[in-house]
Design a protein around this ligand. Structure first.
Ligand SMILES: *Cc1c(COP(=O)(O)O)cnc(C)c1O
Length: 260
């Protein structure tokens, strides 16, 4: 068994608050540096820590370290964590993964942001549920920039018509666009996804009546957020570089048992 493969991206595991603070500080330093290298203001990029699969102990460590907005891919996991942390009154949740229409009511109940809007049915359902809760929701529209059929999100060609129709939903505060880059180590392919999202946002800013309210470009994750910042990201969604690697084999923790 090759246990070094699991550490090739260099994500450092988190056992203690110190570990988490060290990871968080390192990510923030890399963000600042990427901003500097791209001639951008450091406060022009928002770090969204992604806590999917992360247990409550580490979520509490993150909050103690100053994280007040956490990203979760699955709404049920997010909702359950939100219910277990109601004592942390300033902790808010951003749902960043695909949402089935029948789960819109859960998002409407507790999320402060939703980054994966990609259908009018879902928009209508969210708006209906949010009205009942007398709440508003910040939303980003997910765009498929990779051309991969398996990816959720709208095709760029559908975007303008879709976004025009969102004005019908007063509880949705549309802030911009989100994408998942191609799943590849090919930096040029990843970069093309980021560039495409930036170009789409520029077009929407020019073409839509509410274009001046659009500014968010949510793109970049643990392995590519510097590249995303270089291409204009305003939000980077970072999980493993903060909370440690996900789904590791035991061999990572007990390498002497691997026989390697
Ligand atoms: C998990 C996830 C991330 C973060 O990925 P890491 O590799 O942990 O940084 C970002 N965006 C979405 C939509 C995710 O599901």
């Amino acid at each position: 068994m090759n246990h070094t493969a699991t550490t090739s991206q260099g994500f450092r595991p988190v056992f203690s608050s110190d570990d988490l603070q060290r990871n968080l500080a390192a990510v923030n330093a890399r963000i600042r540096q990427a901003c500097e290298h791209s001639g951008r203001q450091p406060d022009s990029v928002r770090l969204l820590p992604v806590s999917k699969t992360v247990d409550l102990a580490r979520i509490r460590m993150a909050h103690a370290a100053g994280c007040t907005l956490l990203g979760e891919n699955k709404v049920q996991e997010a909702w359950s964590k939100a219910q277990s942390t109601t004592d942390l009154t300033d902790l808010r949740w951003s749902v960043i993964g695909h949402l089935q229409t029948n789960k819109a009511r859960i998002v409407a109940r507790f999320a402060s942001e939703f980054q994966a809007l990609d259908s009018l049915r879902l928009a209508a359902e969210l708006d209906k549920r949010l009205s009942r809760e007398e709440r508003c929701l910040d939303v980003l529209v997910q765009v498929n920039t990779s051309g991969e059929a398996s990816k959720y999100g709208l095709e760029p060609a559908q975007l303008e018509a879709f976004m025009r129709q969102l004005t019908a939903f007063p509880t949705l505060r549309v802030k911009g666009l989100m994408t998942l880059a191609a799943l590849t180590t090919d930096q040029q392919r990843i970069r093309r996804c980021f560039v495409l999202l930036r170009q789409q946002l520029q077009q929407m800013q020019q073409q839509l009546s509410y274009g001046d309210q659009l500014y968010e470009l949510s793109m970049g994750m643990s392995s590519d957020f510097e590249l995303a910042i270089h291409e204009g990201a305003t939000t980077v969604r970072v999980g493993q570089a903060i909370f440690g690697p996900r789904a590791l084999p035991d061999s990572y923790y007990w390498p002497e048992q691997t026989g390697a």
